[in-house]
Ligand binder design. Structure first.
Ligand code: F6P
Length: 195
């Protein structure tokens, strides 16, 4: 069995300000997580010479992976965070105040709701298909450094969780979810690297 390690990027400056989307860099706390993650990965994958690190094309994901050395890194646009379209860069409060209909429709059906000029969870799930095919094909461990919505969808696939739950799965920052696929099914461990 080989592990797949899933993690969100370290806390970003937009996370601190409560802004969704964007392409900001890490906060000081996020930078600390990046170093801890590198430490963890180097220990965990010490004897795994063929492992690889997959990031999105967004700065916060690339920067989070940057202290990890000794493994090839691959950037996937399909691992970019859900595109929040016209709401990109806003806080949830601002959306509620300035676009109350949008806010309500998302609340009613978060799985199917598509941001104007952006994506829905169903769109994200669909664009992840090539990533999942490639993950299934890999024989070596993979570390995926991505984003909240994308990781909910990826995790749900491996943990066999129903579609309707996906937008509501807990996916905290600074936590590694390790998935092992063996003969007896999927095993999962969580490592919280910061409190
Ligand atoms: O707030 C961080 C973030 O990754 C945003 O960029 C993104 O829009 C959001 O989380 C996705 O989570 P939710 O679907 O719960 O809004």
């Amino acid at each position: 069995p080989r592990p797949i390690l899933l993690t969100r990027h370290g806390e970003s400056r937009d996370n601190v300000r409560g802004r969704i989307g964007g392409d900001s860099v890490l906060s000081d706390t996020g930078e600390i997580y990046a170093k801890k993650l590198a430490n963890f990965v180097e220990k965990r994958l010490k004897n795994e010479r063929t492992a690889s690190i997959w990031t999105s094309t967004l700065q916060r994901s690339i920067i989070t992976a940057s202290p990890i050395v000794g493994f090839p890194k691959i950037q996937w646009r399909a691992l970019d965070e859900i595109n929040s379209g016209v709401c990109d860069g806003m806080t949830y409060e601002e959306i509620k105040k300035n676009m109350p209909e949008e806010y309500e429709s998302r609340k009613k059906d978060k799985l199917r709701y598509r941001y104007p000029r952006g994506e829905s969870y169903l769109d994200v799930i669909q664009r992840l298909e090539p990533v999942i095919i490639e993950l299934e094909r890999q024989r070596a461990p993979v570390v995926v450094v991505s984003h909240q919505a994308v990781l909910r969808a990826l995790y749900a696939y491996f943990a066999d969780r129903p579609l309707k739950e996906i937008p509501h799965i807990e996916m905290p920052l600074h936590t590694i979810i390790e998935i092992q696929m063996g003969v007896s099914g999927v095993q999962e461990k969580r490592y919280k690297l910061m409190d």
